[in-house]
Ligand binder design. Structure first.
Ligand SMILES: Nc1ncnc2c1ncn2[C@@H]1O[C@H](COP(=O)(O)OP(=O)(O)O)[C@@H](O)[C@H]1O
Ligand SMILES: [Mg+2]
Length: 291
């Protein structure tokens, strides 16, 4: 069991813009062991979603991608179409920020949940519905039988996110990629949904890549943390929130609201050009040290 489930090495992705090459992911490296959770943390635009899209090979074809994404020893970037389909449908499951954008609004919840089971796993419609009801119960949806007959617009964001989680669990993936899974929800739904992901992950022994801009949230439910800045991982380890070394991680910590400290304005993340260059240099040095 000592082999990582997924290992990302030297992952870079760039786009050509006129004569310029925009490097949006820069030598990203991390690994997740089976059953463990990694929090990928960074501000908006730092490259977190691009990283998940690279892992599922859903980046726009205009991107030039290099490096290696090894899943149980197979390089995802080199899988042929049929193995890629298998990888996407059975090995990794994705939970997104806005479930409404990923659930067909004209399908009933039941159809959304059972379609893959009926088509790919050859279950009868009744069997598939039983599985769906049982999973909806697992993720805390009451009156699950009735929910199957509703349309997405009849459900709250929190309920719909649970439906999304249930649909991911139906495929029994080994790795869950959760990209800001609670950001679009109200505060009470946020903690409920996070608790469900956590509970199901532990119960099923799945690995998790949790993407968030919230370092403390990630620290609370992940074994390791990777802090991303401008397409690059600048700090990586189990305890980076306790003793942040990198100036960006420090600012990320300072920008969080606290109930102990009264302040009229929260500090925002901002760097002068010099500071930005210093950060890049610090990252490069940190990398040299870790090699
Ligand atoms: N298809 C694209 N074309 C051009 N730029 C893109 C594209 N997708 C993402 N970007 C840019 O890449 C950077 C990282 O994006 P993203 O991974 O979505 O950030 P986030 O950390 O907020 O998820 C951003 O600056 C974004 O504008
Ligand atoms: Mg994003």
């Amino acid at each position: 069991m000592n082999q990582p489930l997924i290992e990302v090495r030297g992952l870079s992705a760039s786009l050509r813009k006129g004569k310029q090459e925009l490097k949006l992911l820069d030598n990203v490296e991390f690994q997740i062991m089976p059953g463990r959770a990694l929090g990928l943390v960074g501000e908006s635009g730092s490259g977190k979603s691009l990283t998940t899209r690279a892992i599922t090979r859903l980046l726009d074809p205009a991107f030039r991608v290099s490096g290696e994404i090894s899943f149980r020893g197979d390089n995802v970037l080199k899988l042929n179409q049929s193995r890629l389909r298998d990888y996407r449908s059975t090995k990794v499951g994705m939970i997104f920020q806005d479930p409404r954008a990923h659930i067909n609004p004209v399908y009933r919840v039941g159809n959304f949940l059972t379609e893959a089971l009926v088509n790919n796993k050859n279950l009868s419609r009744d069997e598939a519905e039983d599985r769906a009801v049982s999973l909806l119960n697992d993720v805390g949806v009451r009156n699950a039988g009735d929910r199957l007959r509703q349309y997405p617009h009849e459900l709250s964001g929190g309920l719909l996110q649970r439906v999304m989680i249930a649909s991911v669990l139906l495929a029994e993936p080994e790795l869950i990629l959760a990209d800001e899974p609670t950001t679009a929800l109200d505060v009470t739904a946020q903690s409920d949904v996070m608790a469900i992901i956590e509970e199901q992950r532990l119960a099923r022994g799945m690995s998790l890549l949790l993407i968030t801009h919230d370092l403390e949230l990630a620290a609370a439910c992940c074994d390791d943390l990777a802090v991303m800045y401008a397409g690059h991982i600048v700090e990586y380890g189990p305890q980076v929130h306790l003793d942040p070394q990198h100036p960006y991680t420090k600012q990320l910590m300072d920008a969080r609201p606290s109930i102990d400290v009264k302040s009229h304005r929260l500090p925002t993340l901002s760097f002068t050009r010099d500071e930005h260059e210093r950060i890049q240099l610090a990252s490069a040095q940190a990398q040299e040290v870790s090699v």
